[in-house]
Design a protein around this ligand. Structure first.
Ligand SMILES: Nc1ncnc2c1ncn2[C@@H]1O[C@H](COP(=O)(O)OP(=O)(O)O)[C@@H](O)[C@H]1O
Ligand SMILES: [Mg+2]
Length: 325
């Protein structure tokens, strides 16, 4: 189902609500988070709410959350100590409603190995992979035999393509793996899937719906950190230029992934439509980039939901869903 503002989506009024916006923090995605946070603050204020920005790099934010009577918390933190269930656990303890997924879904989505195991268990197609641990030597021959010569190496628990590299030839594998181990104790090597990169936003609690498919065309070889965050270094095409069957499969994979992980409020699934039309699920982001020109807000706009309304909708889902765990 595609959301249309006039039929399936009712935008709640958030006028008069006091909302804390958590941003910044200490992850490698701090700068991205600050951009997201600033734009969310101005969107919420524009809808008549009173938004207070809190930078979680300073633990004083915990006192601010305890002593101000916020109606809801909008978490604009990406990566570790923000998107991974930790801040969500704190907010559960404080009894504050918050935007997005709860502790378990956040932690599962953040861990690419755990989430892949769940996806496979539920029959969702993902690229074949090998899991590496820091203390076990890398057997390049075994990996190449299992996955083929072209692979993608990624740390299990980072985001924004940090530590991700494409390996074109097995000889590049050891260096790529060593690089990824700088970010995590567990590293994933995946078969490289050639095709069209499509991301699908999902909104809602008990009856989630998929936003239109969005094709990402990066200037670089893949959607790396620079392509993600430098304006003009990637193009968004809505709907994705793949067959309507593949588009439907992207949407249902994104919805299934949202449900399998137990996501709430919003998520964004990254997929690749292979040259034969088969769709592979790469990962789920529980706090996707939320600047007005980010992927999920762009897809929402194509469905008739402008950025300020999207922010209000997410606050509405948070209030409807006070206890997530
Ligand atoms: N198996 C794969 N085949 C081809 N490209 C991939 C594959 N996995 C990741 N990529 C590329 O790397 C980017 C980052 O990978 P992703 O799994 O989405 O992690 P994250 O966005 O958290 O860093 C993707 O957007 C895509 O461009
Ligand atoms: Mg991604």
């Amino acid at each position: 189902m595609i959301a249309r503002k006039d039929d399936s989506v009712r935008i709640p009024s958030i006028a008069g609500l006091d909302i804390a916006v958590l941003m910044g923090g200490v992850s490698v995605e701090r700068d991205v988070s600050l951009h997201t946070g600033e734009q969310v603050v101005s969107a919420l204020n524009g809808s008549g709410a009173a938004a207070t920005a809190l930078d979680t790099a300073d633990l004083g934010f915990i006192d601010a959350l305890r002593h101000n009577r916020f109606d809801a918390v909008f978490i604009c933190l990406h990566g570790r100590l923000g998107e991974d269930g930790t801040v969500q656990g704190l907010l559960e303890l404080l009894g504050l409603p918050y935007v997005g997924s709860g502790v378990l879904a956040s932690a599962l989505a953040m861990d690419k190995v755990m989430s892949k195991q769940l996806f496979e268990m539920h029959g969702l197609r993902t690229a074949e992979h090998v899991v590496l641990r820091r203390d076990v030597p890398v057997d390049v021959q075994d990996i190449t035999a299992a996955l083929g010569p072209k692979t993608v190496v990624k740390p299990a628990g980072e985001g924004s393509a940090v530590g991700v590299s494409i390996v074109h030839d097995p000889s590049e594998l050891p260096a790529a793996v060593a690089g990824a181990f700088q970010h995590d104790r567990i590293v994933l090597v995946e078969r490289f899937v050639a095709g069209t990169e499509v991301t699908v936003g999902v909104l809602g609690n008990d009856e989630p719906f998929a936003l239109p498919t969005l094709e990402i065309v990066p200037d670089h070889e893949f959607y790396d950190y620079e392509s993600k965050y430098t304006p003009g270094m990637s193009r968004h095409i809505i709907p994705a230029r793949v067959s309507s069957e593949s588009r439907d499969e992207c949407s249902s994979l994104a919805l299934d992934a949202h449900r399998v992980l137990g996501c709430r409020g919003m998520s964004r699934a990254d997929t690749i439509v292979a040259e034969d039309g088969a769709v592979y699920l790469l990962e789920v982001n529980t706090i996707p980039g939320m600047t007005a020109t980010s992927l999920l807000p762009d897809a929402a706009r194509a469905a008739g939901i402008e950025f300020p309304d999207l922010c209000a909708l997410l606050v509405g889902y948070a209030l409807e869903d006070r206890r997530k765990n």
